[in-house]
Structure formats: C-alpha cells, structure tokens
Write a protein that binds this ligand. Structure first.
Ligand SMILES: C[S@@+](CC[C@H](N)C(=O)[O-])C[C@H]1O[C@@H](n2cnc3c(N)ncnc32)[C@H](O)[C@@H]1O
Length: 273
C-alpha cells in the first residue's frame, strides 16, 4: 500500500484546527506522528486523503468522528506512582497543612488524567490512611479523550502500567489474572471521571474550590499561549492557598506570576496566593 502524503498546506490546516480546539501544538518535527496516527483512520473510513478527512471533521457535525480524531492526536502515556515525589509532598506537607487548618475535606483534581493511574494512585494512598469517606476525600479525574476515560472507569491495567506499584499495594489492591491487573472496586469508587477540555472556558468554569490540582505532563503539548490560558483557568479552579502540581520536566516560569513557586524536597510546587 502506498503511504498517503500529508502536504505542507494541509498539515498546517490540521495543526491549526487541533490547536484551536485542544491547545495542543504539533511542531514541524512531529508532522510524521500526525501522519501516522491519522492514516489508519482515513483508510478505514475510505477518505481520499487528509484534506478530505479534515473537511469532514470540521463540517459534517459527526461527533463520533471528532472524538476519534481527538483520540488520535492526544498522547496518553501514564502509569501508577509516576513522579512519586509529588505524592510524598501531598501526604507529608499538604494533607497535614489542610488538617491543621481544621478542615477535614480534600478536593483533588487530576486534570488530563488519561487512563486513570494518577487519580487512582492518590486514592490508594488515601485508602492507606483509612481516609475513604467520599465527603472527606473527593477525587475527580478528567480528560479530553473519552476512550482513555472509558479505560479508566474499567480499571484494568497492563503489567507496564503497574510496574512502579509497591508490591504490598499490588497484592492488596489489584487482582492479577496472568495478563492484566484488575483494580479493587474500593479504590475505583473513590474517583469520578468526566470529559473536560482544559482550553474550554465554559467547561472549566464549573470547576471551583479545589485544594489540589495535578496537571502533570499535559501542558508540555501546548504552546505558551495555551499554557497561559489553561494555567489561569486552573488558578481560578483552586481555592486560595491551593496547590498545583505540573510534571517534573515542566515549568511555569514565564507562564504565570499568579502562583507562588515553592520548593519542597527539591521539587517545585505551585501555590495559589
Ligand atoms: C501524557 S498524558 C498525562 C497523564 C497523567 N497526568 C500523567 O502525568 O501520567 C496527557 C493527557 O492530557 C490529555 N489532554 C491533552 N490535551 C487536553 C485538553 N485540551 N484537555 C484535556 N485533556 C487534554 C491527553 O488526552 C492525555 O490523556
């Protein structure tokens, strides 16, 4: 089969459409990625090429295809206990700080949670502290990609995904059947999943009064303009004094002055003033 060519003008149109709808910026060096990810879908649907496909998702109003398109353009790599220093800070500094203030309620949002490993890691750790009452511990996981959210709700994972889970937790909270790991219902029911597009102000305005937001390894796909917009919307979603975690390789330097960067255990955490 002859590989389909994505010419420069159509690539730029596709890139603009993706950026406008998701904040994700596909650099020239990632053109091949877009080409590969969309090609299969274009052939399956019988379109003649990328331009015809773009026209269809823009104007047909077929929501199902738009969803498939977003699935194809997002990168969903994640695993349990990723960047564990953030969870140490959460349980050694932030939870005690909230407790000390006399409030026994923790509202946590995993924004861009992909297949759920991040919010479920947090649930496991709250469960380990015997904190499972949904009134006290409220954990929400959101993503733009609905397919990853379906996987998250199912709670069935590969050995790759659980490779960093400490052995005792693996035994306690997962059932292994030789090929996959099924997460315990007690952990699953601690997280609510919802589709949210982080660049959509209308959807974002429903999120308020969170104590802690994890938005890790998500902003990395955005350009500075989209980063600024999302970080400002996340700021509004936090209560004063709330915390924002971004990925270890990400920085909000030059993106916001509203947050106060704190260094705890050599790790940067952003605090809303
Ligand atoms: C690499 S995963 C990160 C998962 C997890 N936070 C972690 O650090 O392991 C990035 C996720 O961000 C989501 N994402 C990208 N753009 C988004 C947007 N505009 N709104 C919501 N989620 C988005 C993707 O669908 C993907 O699941």
């Amino acid at each position: 089969m002859e590989a389909m060519r994505l010419d420069e003008t159509v690539f730029k149109k596709l890139r603009d459409f993706i950026y406008e709808r998701t904040g994700i910026y596909i650099s020239d060096s990632k053109k091949y990625l877009l080409e590969n990810r969309l090609q299969r879908r274009i052939l399956e649907r019988g379109f003649r090429g990328y331009e015809e496909y773009l026209y269809f998702i823009q104007y047909s109003g077929e929501e199902a295809e738009l969803k498939r398109f977003f699935d194809a353009v997002t990168t969903n790599e994640t695993y349990f206990f990723r960047e564990p220093q953030h969870f140490d800070i959460l349980f050694e500094h932030i939870v005690p700080e909230i407790k000390k203030s006399g409030r026994e309620r923790y509202r946590i949002w995993s924004a861009g949670c992909s297949t759920g490993e991040e919010p479920y890691t947090i649930s496991i750790l709250f469960k380990e502290m015997n904190m499972t009452n949904p009134f006290n511990v409220d954990i929400t996981g959101t993503d733009l990609n609905e397919t990853v959210l379906e996987t998250a709700k199912r709670g069935i994972y590969s050995s790759y995904s659980v490779r960093n889970v400490p052995r005792t937790y693996l035994k306690k909270y997962f059932k292994e059947n030789g090929v996959s790991y099924h997460l315990d219902d007690r952990i699953k029911k601690m997280v609510r999943f919802q589709k949210v597009n982080l660049v959509d102000e209308f959807e974002m305005n429903r999120f308020r009064n969170y104590d802690i937001i994890f938005c890790r390894n998500v902003l990395i796909y955005f350009d500075d303009k989209a980063k600024k917009k999302v970080v400002s919307l996340l700021y509004d979603a936090l209560r004063p004094g709330g915390y924002l975690f971004v990925g270890a390789s990400e920085s909000l330097h030059n993106i916001t002055r509203a947050f106060k960067p704190l260094v705890i255990n050599k790790t940067v955490v952003y605090k809303r003033g």
